[in-house]
Design a protein around this ligand. Sequence first.
Ligand code: HEM
Length: 180
Amino acid sequence: MFDPAPEYPYSESLDADAMPAPHPLLAPVLGLLGEWHGRGQGGYPTLAEDFTYAQEVTFSHDGRPFLRYEARAWLLGADDVPLRPAARESGWWRLQPDGRVEALVTQPTGIAEISVGSVADGTIDLTTDQVATTPSAKDVQATRRRYTLTDPDTLTFAHDLAAVGLPLQHHLSAELHRRK
Ligand code: HEM
């Protein structure tokens, strides 16, 4: 006989003022909770042209001292015509008692980043501690990500990349606006 298991009984929240109450260690990053949407520019010396993209980002929590992170981007053509899906990634940002942030982020391109950083003056600055790549993935040595809340509804993002033998340098920058 099939004995159905109970449903998952805990909730996930995008809202610092709703239940479950955020864990106290999330205090420095509570402003990130929510759904964000915006556009950015990217490039790299190996690419013939710079590109414009749109992106959706979600940060949520379940009452424990970590954020769940999810993002997906797509390339834009003239008049914002969608050209094709671009990077997707998901992961976890673990807040530490000393204020450090440990982040784990994976991408379907075979790249897994483990980053460490801190929160200061509204900016979360994450630098890779380790990058692991699957056998067929591009060669990525390091990344640096900076997320800045310039106001409660505006999140800017800068992403530097050291890959395919080149030193750490600009790959992406974006401005996102709060949807929820
Ligand atoms: C919003 C997110 C992102 C967008 C829109 C984006 C877009 C692009 C585009 C358009 C290219 C050119 C190749 C192609 O057309 O597919 C590219 C290359 C690349 N990206 Fe990104 N990217 C994003 C995030 C990332 C992240 C998070 C990483 C690494 C952790 C990364 C690493 C690379 C690498 C290694 C290349 C190849 C460079 C080369 O071989 O010349 N990208 N990206």
